[in-house]
Design a protein around this ligand. Structure first.
Ligand code: ZN
Length: 131
């Protein structure tokens, strides 16, 4: 099961606010069925309960590429070096509080990606290796 959080979003069509579960963490070794949705930028599909409008949220998602020891943060809004650096800092501060994570992070590559094409390439390479 992918990691998800409950959040409130607003329908782009009728402006209704509704609470929904959004995916924020995917482990490819367990959630391989989500690769197709990730490649097309449709991992977070939501439907307005009122007008039934379907939306795809542009939210950041943490993706574990296992067993390749690669962690990718896909954040469509992190287009500048500054926003990418902020993610890196956040990641480093999270792992530094936890001994196991600190050890793990030494063997793990961490990447911030904002372009869907770049994510697609990684996923394509992943599927080739893992199948
Ligand atoms: Zn609506």
């Amino acid at each position: 099961m992918p990691g998800s959080t409950t959040t409130e979003i607003k329908c782009v069509k009728c402006k209704t606010l509704f609470e929904t579960e959004v995916i924020d963490h995917i482990d490819l070794s367990e959630d391989g069925d989500l690769i197709r949705n990730l490649r097309t930028g449709k991992a977070n599909r939501q439907q307005c309960p009122k007008c039934k409008k379907v939306m795809y949220l542009d939210r950041s998602i943490v993706i574990n590429f296992e067993p390749q020891s690669l962690i990718v943060i896909y954040d469509p809004s992190a287009k500048t070096k500054k926003s990418k650096d902020e993610w890196l800092q956040e990641y480093q501060s999270v792992v530094s509080f936890n001994e196991i994570l600190t050890e793990l992070s030494e063997e793990t590559e961490f990447k911030v990606i904002s372009k869907l094409d770049e994510l697609k390439n990684l996923l394509t390479a992943y599927v080739k290796v893992v199948g």
